[in-house]
Write a protein that binds this ligand. Structure first.
Ligand code: F0G
Length: 368
């Protein structure tokens, strides 16, 4: 199973080999990897201008993982450990990305994958992935929170391994994203902005920054700033939302599994949770694609919309612009690729009517 030739690039080796020293692993665990992690940390000149006062904004582009979302970092570890324990089936509830990732890593491992999904609520690109990777798909008449409750019950069976983020291996794998940020910037940023859904990722980043801080790899830990969709904001409101609603289907979640660790991360980091509206997410998604060439799915645009909100003096924001020190670095994680959810962009696009195949007609149509 191990490659006979040495793998030199960090990307090809994946996050387990890259960060083995920070993951508790046995020597004999089989490594199921698709070359996840080592994603670009892109400087954003335009966002840096918006924040101003010498601050630099960076985008951690997690859509460039093997299944095009951040889930792959945790899935490599969760599936490797499941295989080591002898599980024959990995199972998860999902709003789409976890199922795509679980299906891919199960295929790579040669084991089965079962996914429980809210019917009609999965973006088409994610559904396509689960089908292509050969997962057994069960759609329920319920939401993500219902699906996760069912999966928790199924997980009690011997041959099943749950690969949702209630599995600590998922969080352990995902914390490698914080390591990469520090390794690249040379220190932790002053603030880290990200989408908050089932609350695993914010918990994972905080664990990663904390471990690196203890290991003296960074001099500080960032303020963690989490952003929820206004219609699906249980952590923001401090109560379960029975019927969460948002255009950002990835984070249509009313009762997050890692709620307590997320609240601890927000508190211990002097961070904050805030909400952004669907319209703000969609506008930020368009802005990031058109202004910086970075195309992300709607949920992933939440921290960009959140940064705009922080920088807009007319808005009441839970984290204020004056809490950001001059000349510091900020990182926004964008969690999933825009092609995951093409329909949302197509819906808003104007119809493109064909014209005759004639150069003059084309020039006229371009009207530059
Ligand atoms: N961004 C994307 C693109 C996601 O798919 C998710 C969660 C999040 C952000 C939120 O991250 O849950 O760690 O707070 N997606 C899960 C799924 C729920 O099933 O794919 P979180």
């Amino acid at each position: 199973m191990l490659p006979s030739l040495p793998m030199r690039s960090a990307r090809s080796r994946g996050v387990i080999e890259r960060y083995r020293a920070f993951l508790s692993l046995s020597e004999t665990m089989p490594v199921i990897s698709l070359g996840e992690g080592s994603t670009p940390l892109l400087h954003s000149p335009r966002l840096s201008d918006i924040v101003g006062r010498g601050c630099e904004v960076y985008i951690k582009y997690e859509g460039l993982n093997p299944t095009c979302s951040f889930k792959d970092r945790g899935m490599t570890l969760a599936v490797s450990k499941a295989v080591e324990r002898g599980a024959g089936i990995v199972v998860c509830a999902s709003t789409g990305n976890t199922s795509a990732s679980a299906a891919a890593y199960a295929a790579r491992a040669g084991i089965r994958c079962a996914v429980v999904l809210p019917a009609g609520k999965i973006a088409s690109g994610k559904m396509v992935q689960a089908i292509a990777y050969g997962a057994t798909i069960v759609a329920i008449n319920g939401n993500f929170d219902d699906a996760l409750r069912i999966v928790r019950e199924l997980g009690g069976r011997e041959d099943f391994a749950i690969v949702n983020s209630i599995n600590p291996d998922r969080i352990a794998g995902q914390k490698t994203a914080a390591f990469e940020v520090v390794d690249e910037l040379g220190d932790a940023p002053a603030a880290h902005l990200l989408t908050l859904g089932n609350a695993g990722n914010i918990s994972a980043y905080w664990a990663g920054y904390s471990e690196y801080h203890t290991a003296e790899k960074c001099s500080r830990r960032p303020a963690m700033l989490g952003f929820q969709a206004a219609g699906a904001a249980p952590v923001f409101h401090g109560r379960v939302i029975e019927n969460p609603e948002t255009v950002a289907s990835a984070i249509r979640i009313g009762n997050p599994a890692s709620w307590e660790t997320a609240v601890a991360a927000l508190r211990d980091s002097d961070g904050a949770v805030d909400v952004v509206t669907d319209q703000e997410m969609l506008s930020a998604q368009r802005w990031l694609a058109a202004k910086e060439g970075i195309f992300v799915e709607p949920a992933s645009a939440a921290p960009i919309a959140g940064l705009f909100k922080i920088c807009d003096a007319t808005r009441a924001s839970r984290y204020r612009r004056d809490q950001i020190q001059d000349g510091t670095a900020l990182v926004c994680t964008v969690t999933g690729h825009g092609l995951k959810d093409p329909d949302i962009v197509l819906q808003e696009a104007a119809a493109i009517t064909p014209i005759p195949a004639d150069t003059d007609e084309v020039l006229r149509a371009l009207s530059f």
